[in-house]
Write a protein that binds this ligand. Structure first.
Ligand SMILES: Cc1ncc(COP(=O)(O)O)c(C=O)c1O
Length: 345
């Protein structure tokens, strides 16, 4: 059976155009900076995000970790959202590998960190305190609903950070979704940030890879750290070739994923027993709950959906996140709505 896979946009397989480009990619040893395809991808990424330089990394987790390791010294502190990927889902890398301490701040329902909360979390100079060094934002904020952060908010957060001698890093795993949803340029969204990580391997459909951008000096140090972590890759233009198509073409079609998420949410709202979050979807993620009177749990519904050819990952016993992406077409949206209808009957 061909499944409709809504577990994440990370499940996207490369397109045939990507596979062809990968097969034909000109390559070299990227540790020597000899891979023309990687060099082209990095130049293109830096240009699109309006930063001096970029670094191709194997994963978003490594990109975020490199940013933390470059910005912070051991014993320093990072202000992060308590619902952020960096805090919850990156295996505690900052503490384990960098001796960096997270200072979690509550994510507001719109994905932001309240500016007053950031300010209140900055440590005063005191021999007892860690030194606050960095603020991290996530755009789009995944757990808060795939919600995009605005450039106006990011500007304020950046000004606050810089006024207090802190750096600003953006985990922009889905920053292109954010830009498309708000009809602004990615450059504008990340302008106040000292560093940004974004993923090629999610809605942009590349099989592997993320990009870290920042100043030339920052990227030089991140390149060194990447080698230290074993992330220096060799003829990786094979993979970067797909990433170039992600940037040149896939960034332009994300609106289709958002429209299909909306269509899916509209269909699911009609089904008794399902409560779609108010406002959802903001981008390519539909969040919904089972209503209190539904006698089965999300895991049981998940199994029934699988029998109908739809794959979902329940968030908890009553909650689902459904993610649209390149391989979810209009028919897949209809199949999803029908499968939920059947599972709840
Ligand atoms: C918001 C966010 N940041 C970072 C990452 C990490 O990316 P990767 O899975 O490539 O390590 C993810 C992955 O899902 C994510 O959703």
């Amino acid at each position: 059976m061909e499944y409709v896979d809504l577990r994440s946009d990370t499940v996207t397989k490369p397109t045939s155009e990507m596979r062809e480009a990968m097969a034909e990619a000109e390559v070299g040893d990227d540790v020597y900076r000899d891979d023309p395809t990687v060099n082209r991808l990095e130049e293109l990424a830096a240009e699109m995000l309006g930063k001096e330089a970029a670094l191709f990394v194997p994963s978003g987790t490594m990109g975020n970790l490199l940013a933390l390791l470059v910005h912070c010294q051991r014993g320093e502190e990072v202000i992060v959202g308590n619902q952020s990927h960096i805090y919850l889902n990156e295996a505690g890398g900052m503490s384990a590998l960098g001796g960096i301490q997270p200072c979690p701040v509550q994510n507001q329902s719109d994905g932001t960190l309240a500016l007053d909360d950031i300010l209140a979390s900055i440590r005063s100079e005191d021999v007892h305190h860690p030194i606050t060094r960095l603020v991290c934002l996530e755009n789009t904020q995944n757990i808060c609903g795939g919600v995009p952060l605005t450039s106006a908010y990011t500007l304020q957060a950046g000004e606050l950070a810089h006024r207090n001698n802190l750096f600003l890093h953006i985990d922009g795993a889905r920053i292109f979704n954010s830009a498309v949803a708000q009809n602004v340029s990615v450059k504008e969204l990340v302008e106040p940030a000292d560093s940004v990580m974004f993923c090629l391997s999610k809605g942009l459909a590349a099989p592997i890879g993320s990009i870290l951008v920042g100043t030339r000096r920052f990227i030089t140090r991140a390149r060194h750290m990447r080698k230290m972590l074993g992330g220096g890759m060799r003829q990786v233009g094979i993979v970067a070739a797909a990433g170039i198509i992600s940037l040149e073409k896939m960034t332009k079609r994300l609106g289709q994923d958002h429209a299909r998420a909306k269509k899916m949410a509209d269909g699911l709202k009609q089904i008794k027993g399902l409560v779609v979050d108010a406002g959802s979807p903001y981008t390519n993620m539909v969040y919904l709950n089972l209503s209190g009177d539904v006698p089965v749990n999300a895991q049981q519904i998940t199994e029934k959906l699988k029998d109908s050819g739809v794959l979902v990952d329940p968030e908890n016993a009553r909650r689902f996140r459904l993610v649209t992406h390149y391989w979810i077409d209009d028919e897949a949206v209809e199949r999803t709505v029908s499968a939920f209808q059947k599972a709840l009957n």
